[in-house]
Ligand binder design. Structure first.
Ligand SMILES: [Zn+2]
Length: 328
Protein backbone atom coordinates (compact mmCIF):
# COMPACT_ATOMS: atom_id res chain seq x y z
CA UNK A 1 0.00 0.00 0.00
CA UNK A 2 1.32 3.37 -0.89
CA UNK A 3 0.92 6.79 0.55
CA UNK A 4 -2.28 8.76 0.98
CA UNK A 5 -2.28 12.55 0.79
CA UNK A 6 -4.73 14.20 3.18
CA UNK A 7 -5.28 17.92 2.63
CA UNK A 8 -5.81 19.94 5.72
CA UNK A 9 -5.44 23.60 6.67
CA UNK A 10 -7.29 26.74 7.71
CA UNK A 11 -7.55 27.76 4.05
CA UNK A 12 -9.92 24.86 3.35
CA UNK A 13 -12.01 25.56 6.46
CA UNK A 14 -12.64 29.06 5.09
CA UNK A 15 -14.92 27.56 2.45
CA UNK A 16 -18.04 27.69 4.65
CA UNK A 17 -21.06 29.96 4.50
CA UNK A 18 -21.92 32.28 7.40
CA UNK A 19 -25.07 32.89 9.48
CA UNK A 20 -26.17 29.38 10.38
CA UNK A 21 -25.81 28.04 6.82
CA UNK A 22 -25.81 24.23 6.57
CA UNK A 23 -22.49 24.22 4.72
CA UNK A 24 -20.53 25.26 7.82
CA UNK A 25 -17.11 24.68 9.38
CA UNK A 26 -18.40 22.11 11.89
CA UNK A 27 -18.86 19.45 9.22
CA UNK A 28 -15.12 19.51 8.55
CA UNK A 29 -13.94 20.02 12.13
CA UNK A 30 -15.80 16.89 13.23
CA UNK A 31 -14.06 14.89 10.50
CA UNK A 32 -10.75 16.20 11.69
CA UNK A 33 -11.56 15.12 15.26
CA UNK A 34 -12.50 11.64 14.02
CA UNK A 35 -9.21 11.37 12.13
CA UNK A 36 -7.42 12.06 15.41
CA UNK A 37 -9.59 9.76 17.56
CA UNK A 38 -9.07 6.94 15.07
CA UNK A 39 -5.32 7.42 15.23
CA UNK A 40 -5.08 7.96 11.48
CA UNK A 41 -2.44 10.66 11.80
CA UNK A 42 -0.13 8.10 13.37
CA UNK A 43 -0.37 5.89 10.31
CA UNK A 44 2.82 6.35 8.33
CA UNK A 45 0.92 5.98 5.03
CA UNK A 46 -1.00 9.20 5.65
CA UNK A 47 0.77 12.40 4.64
CA UNK A 48 -0.68 15.76 5.56
CA UNK A 49 -0.65 18.17 2.64
CA UNK A 50 -1.21 21.91 2.63
CA UNK A 51 -4.03 23.49 0.63
CA UNK A 52 -2.92 25.14 -2.62
CA UNK A 53 -4.38 28.28 -4.21
CA UNK A 54 -5.54 27.95 -7.84
CA UNK A 55 -4.56 30.72 -10.28
CA UNK A 56 -7.09 32.39 -12.59
CA UNK A 57 -5.51 30.45 -15.44
CA UNK A 58 -6.34 27.17 -13.69
CA UNK A 59 -9.93 28.28 -12.95
CA UNK A 60 -10.35 29.16 -16.63
CA UNK A 61 -9.77 25.54 -17.58
CA UNK A 62 -13.45 25.06 -16.70
CA UNK A 63 -15.06 28.41 -15.81
CA UNK A 64 -15.76 31.44 -17.98
CA UNK A 65 -13.70 34.60 -17.44
CA UNK A 66 -16.90 36.58 -16.82
CA UNK A 67 -18.02 34.26 -14.04
CA UNK A 68 -14.59 34.22 -12.37
CA UNK A 69 -14.64 38.05 -12.39
CA UNK A 70 -18.18 38.06 -10.98
CA UNK A 71 -17.12 35.87 -8.04
CA UNK A 72 -14.06 38.07 -7.45
CA UNK A 73 -16.25 41.21 -7.31
CA UNK A 74 -18.86 39.62 -5.05
CA UNK A 75 -16.11 38.37 -2.76
CA UNK A 76 -14.89 41.94 -2.27
CA UNK A 77 -18.42 43.22 -1.61
CA UNK A 78 -18.99 40.30 0.77
CA UNK A 79 -22.78 40.11 0.61
CA UNK A 80 -25.58 39.18 -1.78
CA UNK A 81 -26.08 35.90 -3.63
CA UNK A 82 -23.91 34.03 -6.12
CA UNK A 83 -26.86 32.07 -7.48
CA UNK A 84 -30.65 32.20 -7.14
CA UNK A 85 -30.82 31.47 -3.43
CA UNK A 86 -28.61 28.73 -1.94
CA UNK A 87 -25.15 30.17 -2.29
CA UNK A 88 -24.45 33.49 -0.55
CA UNK A 89 -21.34 35.58 -1.15
CA UNK A 90 -19.06 36.38 1.79
CA UNK A 91 -15.78 38.26 2.14
CA UNK A 92 -13.02 36.02 0.85
CA UNK A 93 -15.26 33.48 -0.91
CA UNK A 94 -13.15 33.86 -4.07
CA UNK A 95 -9.93 32.85 -2.28
CA UNK A 96 -11.65 30.11 -0.29
CA UNK A 97 -13.14 28.56 -3.43
CA UNK A 98 -9.79 28.92 -5.23
CA UNK A 99 -8.04 26.97 -2.46
CA UNK A 100 -10.52 24.13 -2.89
CA UNK A 101 -9.81 23.97 -6.63
CA UNK A 102 -6.05 24.37 -6.25
CA UNK A 103 -5.88 21.54 -3.73
CA UNK A 104 -7.71 19.12 -6.02
CA UNK A 105 -5.46 20.07 -8.96
CA UNK A 106 -2.42 19.59 -6.70
CA UNK A 107 -3.79 16.15 -5.76
CA UNK A 108 -4.09 15.23 -9.46
CA UNK A 109 -0.43 16.15 -9.95
CA UNK A 110 0.67 14.11 -6.96
CA UNK A 111 -1.17 10.94 -7.94
CA UNK A 112 -0.18 11.28 -11.61
CA UNK A 113 3.48 11.71 -10.65
CA UNK A 114 3.24 8.75 -8.28
CA UNK A 115 4.19 10.77 -5.24
CA UNK A 116 1.13 9.40 -3.43
CA UNK A 117 -1.39 6.83 -4.65
CA UNK A 118 -4.56 8.32 -3.23
CA UNK A 119 -5.64 11.74 -1.99
CA UNK A 120 -8.51 13.02 0.09
CA UNK A 121 -9.63 16.66 0.10
CA UNK A 122 -12.45 17.11 2.64
CA UNK A 123 -14.18 20.31 1.47
CA UNK A 124 -13.93 19.67 -2.27
CA UNK A 125 -16.31 17.91 -4.65
CA UNK A 126 -18.38 21.02 -5.39
CA UNK A 127 -20.25 19.23 -8.13
CA UNK A 128 -23.17 21.61 -8.79
CA UNK A 129 -21.20 24.63 -10.03
CA UNK A 130 -21.51 25.20 -13.78
CA UNK A 131 -19.07 26.86 -16.18
CA UNK A 132 -20.77 30.20 -15.80
CA UNK A 133 -22.66 30.10 -12.53
CA UNK A 134 -22.74 29.02 -8.89
CA UNK A 135 -25.31 26.54 -7.71
CA UNK A 136 -26.26 24.54 -4.61
CA UNK A 137 -23.48 25.75 -2.22
CA UNK A 138 -20.89 25.27 -5.01
CA UNK A 139 -18.91 28.26 -6.29
CA UNK A 140 -16.11 26.75 -8.39
CA UNK A 141 -16.35 23.18 -9.66
CA UNK A 142 -13.06 21.66 -8.50
CA UNK A 143 -13.91 18.35 -10.21
CA UNK A 144 -14.58 20.04 -13.56
CA UNK A 145 -11.33 21.96 -13.35
CA UNK A 146 -9.40 18.83 -12.32
CA UNK A 147 -10.79 16.81 -15.24
CA UNK A 148 -9.78 19.46 -17.78
CA UNK A 149 -6.41 19.88 -16.08
CA UNK A 150 -5.70 16.13 -16.19
CA UNK A 151 -6.67 15.98 -19.87
CA UNK A 152 -4.49 18.93 -20.78
CA UNK A 153 -1.42 18.29 -18.65
CA UNK A 154 -1.27 14.48 -18.79
CA UNK A 155 -3.12 13.90 -22.04
CA UNK A 156 -5.44 11.40 -20.37
CA UNK A 157 -7.95 9.61 -22.56
CA UNK A 158 -10.02 7.85 -19.91
CA UNK A 159 -10.98 9.74 -16.80
CA UNK A 160 -13.58 8.32 -14.45
CA UNK A 161 -15.74 10.29 -12.03
CA UNK A 162 -17.81 8.41 -9.42
CA UNK A 163 -20.26 10.44 -7.33
CA UNK A 164 -22.14 8.94 -4.35
CA UNK A 165 -23.38 12.25 -2.86
CA UNK A 166 -27.15 12.20 -2.21
CA UNK A 167 -27.54 14.95 -4.80
CA UNK A 168 -27.00 14.39 -8.52
CA UNK A 169 -23.68 15.89 -9.63
CA UNK A 170 -25.27 17.91 -12.41
CA UNK A 171 -22.37 20.36 -12.82
CA UNK A 172 -20.01 17.55 -13.77
CA UNK A 173 -22.55 15.29 -15.46
CA UNK A 174 -23.93 17.80 -17.96
CA UNK A 175 -20.76 19.81 -18.60
CA UNK A 176 -19.10 16.57 -19.77
CA UNK A 177 -22.20 14.91 -21.24
CA UNK A 178 -20.71 15.26 -24.74
CA UNK A 179 -17.22 14.19 -23.79
CA UNK A 180 -16.27 10.60 -24.71
CA UNK A 181 -13.08 10.79 -22.61
CA UNK A 182 -14.95 11.39 -19.36
CA UNK A 183 -16.90 8.53 -17.78
CA UNK A 184 -19.35 9.43 -15.04
CA UNK A 185 -21.26 7.15 -12.63
CA UNK A 186 -23.61 8.88 -10.21
CA UNK A 187 -25.76 7.23 -7.48
CA UNK A 188 -28.14 9.69 -5.86
CA UNK A 189 -31.58 10.24 -4.42
CA UNK A 190 -34.17 10.29 -7.20
CA UNK A 191 -34.38 13.80 -8.66
CA UNK A 192 -38.15 13.81 -8.36
CA UNK A 193 -37.69 14.22 -4.60
CA UNK A 194 -34.46 16.18 -4.23
CA UNK A 195 -32.43 19.09 -5.58
CA UNK A 196 -31.24 19.55 -8.34
CA UNK A 197 -34.07 17.45 -9.80
CA UNK A 198 -31.90 15.78 -12.45
CA UNK A 199 -30.03 12.51 -13.06
CA UNK A 200 -32.34 10.02 -14.73
CA UNK A 201 -31.64 6.52 -16.03
CA UNK A 202 -32.10 7.30 -19.72
CA UNK A 203 -29.24 9.81 -19.71
CA UNK A 204 -26.29 7.70 -20.85
CA UNK A 205 -24.17 10.23 -22.75
CA UNK A 206 -24.80 12.27 -25.91
CA UNK A 207 -24.46 10.64 -29.37
CA UNK A 208 -20.84 11.89 -29.33
CA UNK A 209 -20.18 10.03 -26.08
CA UNK A 210 -22.56 7.05 -25.98
CA UNK A 211 -22.66 4.88 -22.84
CA UNK A 212 -20.04 6.90 -21.00
CA UNK A 213 -22.52 8.14 -18.40
CA UNK A 214 -24.50 6.21 -15.79
CA UNK A 215 -27.19 7.56 -13.47
CA UNK A 216 -28.63 5.41 -10.69
CA UNK A 217 -31.45 7.24 -8.90
CA UNK A 218 -32.50 5.58 -5.62
CA UNK A 219 -35.86 6.12 -3.94
CA UNK A 220 -36.07 8.13 -0.71
CA UNK A 221 -35.46 5.90 2.32
CA UNK A 222 -32.88 3.69 0.56
CA UNK A 223 -30.40 1.99 2.92
CA UNK A 224 -26.95 0.37 2.66
CA UNK A 225 -28.64 -2.69 1.14
CA UNK A 226 -29.97 -0.78 -1.88
CA UNK A 227 -26.70 1.12 -2.16
CA UNK A 228 -24.51 -2.00 -2.22
CA UNK A 229 -26.84 -3.64 -4.75
CA UNK A 230 -26.71 -0.55 -6.99
CA UNK A 231 -22.96 -0.29 -6.63
CA UNK A 232 -22.54 -3.62 -8.47
CA UNK A 233 -23.63 -1.82 -11.59
CA UNK A 234 -21.18 1.00 -10.89
CA UNK A 235 -18.41 -1.59 -10.48
CA UNK A 236 -19.12 -3.09 -13.92
CA UNK A 237 -19.20 0.38 -15.43
CA UNK A 238 -15.89 1.32 -13.79
CA UNK A 239 -14.18 -1.80 -15.13
CA UNK A 240 -15.53 -1.08 -18.61
CA UNK A 241 -14.23 2.49 -18.38
CA UNK A 242 -10.63 1.27 -17.91
CA UNK A 243 -9.75 4.52 -16.16
CA UNK A 244 -6.31 6.09 -16.05
CA UNK A 245 -7.43 8.29 -13.15
CA UNK A 246 -10.40 8.06 -10.76
CA UNK A 247 -12.07 11.10 -9.19
CA UNK A 248 -14.41 10.13 -6.37
CA UNK A 249 -16.98 12.45 -4.78
CA UNK A 250 -18.06 10.88 -1.49
CA UNK A 251 -20.70 13.27 -0.18
CA UNK A 252 -21.93 12.16 3.25
CA UNK A 253 -25.44 13.56 2.87
CA UNK A 254 -26.91 10.14 2.01
CA UNK A 255 -26.40 8.98 5.60
CA UNK A 256 -29.43 8.71 7.86
CA UNK A 257 -29.92 11.89 9.88
CA UNK A 258 -28.89 14.32 7.18
CA UNK A 259 -31.17 17.35 7.51
CA UNK A 260 -31.74 17.94 3.79
CA UNK A 261 -32.02 14.52 2.09
CA UNK A 262 -34.12 11.38 2.59
CA UNK A 263 -31.64 8.53 2.19
CA UNK A 264 -30.73 6.21 5.07
CA UNK A 265 -27.23 4.85 4.43
CA UNK A 266 -24.59 4.43 7.14
CA UNK A 267 -20.87 5.03 6.76
CA UNK A 268 -20.67 1.39 5.60
CA UNK A 269 -21.99 2.50 2.20
CA UNK A 270 -19.00 4.81 1.88
CA UNK A 271 -16.63 2.12 3.11
CA UNK A 272 -17.99 -0.29 0.53
CA UNK A 273 -17.72 2.16 -2.39
CA UNK A 274 -14.22 3.21 -1.37
CA UNK A 275 -13.03 -0.39 -0.98
CA UNK A 276 -14.35 -1.38 -4.39
CA UNK A 277 -12.85 1.66 -6.14
CA UNK A 278 -9.59 1.24 -4.24
CA UNK A 279 -9.27 -2.37 -5.41
CA UNK A 280 -10.02 -1.46 -9.02
CA UNK A 281 -7.65 1.52 -8.94
CA UNK A 282 -4.78 -0.73 -7.88
CA UNK A 283 -5.59 -3.18 -10.68
CA UNK A 284 -6.18 -0.68 -13.47
CA UNK A 285 -4.50 2.66 -12.79
CA UNK A 286 -1.64 2.40 -10.29
CA UNK A 287 -4.00 3.22 -7.44
CA UNK A 288 -4.72 6.74 -8.67
CA UNK A 289 -7.77 8.01 -6.80
CA UNK A 290 -8.48 11.61 -5.90
CA UNK A 291 -11.34 11.57 -3.40
CA UNK A 292 -13.30 14.64 -2.32
CA UNK A 293 -15.64 15.11 0.62
CA UNK A 294 -18.66 16.61 -1.14
CA UNK A 295 -21.92 17.31 0.72
CA UNK A 296 -23.05 16.18 4.16
CA UNK A 297 -24.84 18.43 6.64
CA UNK A 298 -24.79 16.32 9.81
CA UNK A 299 -21.38 16.58 11.45
CA UNK A 300 -21.35 13.02 12.84
CA UNK A 301 -22.06 11.77 9.34
CA UNK A 302 -19.27 13.69 7.60
CA UNK A 303 -16.88 12.46 10.32
CA UNK A 304 -17.95 8.83 9.93
CA UNK A 305 -18.30 8.63 6.16
CA UNK A 306 -15.13 10.51 5.27
CA UNK A 307 -12.95 8.65 7.76
CA UNK A 308 -14.40 5.39 6.44
CA UNK A 309 -13.16 6.38 2.98
CA UNK A 310 -9.68 7.18 4.29
CA UNK A 311 -9.56 3.89 6.20
CA UNK A 312 -10.61 1.93 3.12
CA UNK A 313 -7.63 3.38 1.30
CA UNK A 314 -5.40 2.03 4.08
CA UNK A 315 -6.59 -1.49 3.31
CA UNK A 316 -8.10 -3.92 5.82
CA UNK A 317 -7.32 -2.15 9.08
CA UNK A 318 -10.60 -1.84 10.86
CA UNK A 319 -9.50 -2.95 14.30
CA UNK A 320 -8.92 0.50 15.62
CA UNK A 321 -8.31 0.80 19.35
CA UNK A 322 -11.02 3.44 19.80
CA UNK A 323 -13.80 4.59 17.53
CA UNK A 324 -16.19 7.49 17.89
CA UNK A 325 -19.66 6.30 18.96
CA UNK A 326 -21.19 7.01 15.57
CA UNK A 327 -18.86 4.45 13.94
CA UNK A 328 -19.62 1.39 16.08
ZN1 LIG B 1 -25.13 16.62 -1.70
Amino acid sequence: MGDIGLYYGEELLEYAFPNGHKFNKERVKSFWEAVQILGLLERREIRLLKPVLASAEILELFHTKEYIEFVRRMSEIGSGLLDYGDTPAFKGVFEAASYVVGSVVDAVDRVMLGEVEHCFIPVAGLHHARRGRASGFCVFNDIGVAINYAKKKYNLKRILYVDIDAHHGDGVFYEFYDDPLVWVADIHEDGRYLYPGTGFREETGSPKAPNTKLNIPLPPGSTDREFVEAFKEVEEFVIKAEPELILFQCGADGLEGDPITHLRYTYRAHRHAAEVLHGIAHKLCKGRIVATGGGGYNENNTAAAWSAVLMSFLGPSWDMPTSPGYML
